[in-house]
Design a protein around this ligand. Structure first.
Ligand SMILES: Cc1ncc(COP(=O)(O)O)c(C=O)c1O
Length: 288
């Protein structure tokens, strides 16, 4: 069954779906996006994703391209037409539209809206629970990493370093030697005292929806939690480490730059968080 993309009001087979050559998303990365997990046809943490989209649009001084209600309907129709089954991911992009190439905002341009969706195999406690390796790279991004913009070149380069090192993710490091986040995930450690640590959601990182859900889960479970930066050395010496993201969910980090974290096996706190997060996704897949 072929994949269907939504582009500016039309649902088209991928081979026919296209945007204009002077689309500002293509020429200037002048756009924002969201990636939303879909469980049993239902977007996971939908309101949080739409709130973050709202914030990204506002920060780039872009209006909503349609009402929030209309966007939800298009999301559902894109999901339906792509037969996601048990699990999948929805990609949504809004750009400032197509206009003759010139840096300043165009006086008149209709925003471009694109949505695609694809089925994914449903992660399980086993598939998520086997640990991953990360490498550290310099964080060479701009100073507004809190905006989920389609300007992703620095993270593309970082992820490629990870792939070439046989790792799942790269953790980016700022000029103070502190870890900001992964190229497509947030970074966490668990201290020897059992405290969960992740960087505060300032302009240096994207405030992940999975990060926020994990904070809620940790609080509800009575785990001790603090938002503060941590160094590469602290992470390597931590009891446990893990990443969070929409499509990776929660995955234990067992090696950083080839150095074993803790026992070198997935940590107990992380494994419990994986179970609780899977319960959260299940619950979201049952909402009406
Ligand atoms: C740089 C960055 N940080 C964090 C995340 C995790 O965000 P979320 O949990 O909303 O997927 C992503 C997701 O793609 C990302 O690109």
């Amino acid at each position: 069954m072929g994949r269907i993309a939504y582009v500016d009001g039309r649902y088209l087979p991928h081979q026919q779906a296209a945007v204009r050559v002077e689309d500002r998303g293509f020429q200037f990365a002048d756009g924002v996006y969201e990636v939303i997990a879909v469980r049993r046809g239902r977007p996971v943490d939908e309101d949080d994703h739409l709130d973050r989209l709202d914030r990204s649009l506002r920060e780039l001084r872009m209006p909503w391209p349609m009402s929030r209600r209309a966007l939800r309907l298009v999301m559902r129709e894109t999901i339906r037409r792509n037969h996601l089954g048990a699990f999948g991911a929805l990609y949504l992009q809004v750009t400032r539209g197509a206009a003759p190439r010139s840096h300043a905002f165009p006086a008149t341009a209709k925003q471009t809206v694109v949505m695609t969706a694809r089925p994914l195999s449903l992660p399980t406690a086993e598939s998520l629970g086997c640990g991953i390796g990360v490498v550290t790279v310099a964080d060479i991004r701009w100073k507004r990493c809190d905006v989920k913009s389609v300007s992703l070149l620095a993270t593309v380069l970082g992820k490629q370093v990870a792939v070439e090192a046989g790792c799942y993710e790269a953790w980016m490091v700022d000029e103070q030697g502190l870890i900001t986040e992964g190229t497509a995930s947030n970074a966490w450690i668990v201290t020897a005292g059992g405290e969960l640590v992740t960087r505060r959601a300032d302009t240096a990182i994207l405030n992940g929806i999975t990060r926020m859900a994990t904070i809620g889960i940790a609080r509800a479970a009575g785990l001790r939690f603090v938002e503060r930066p941590f160094s590469v050395a602290e992470a390597k010496g931590a009891a446990e480490a893990f990443i969070t993201s929409t499509t990776s969910m929660i995955r234990p980090v067992i090696r950083i730059d080839g150095v074993a974290v803790g026992s070198g096996r997935p940590g107990g706190t992380t494994v419990r968080l994986v179970d609780w997060y899977l319960d959260h996704v299940e619950a979201e897949g049952r909402t009406v």
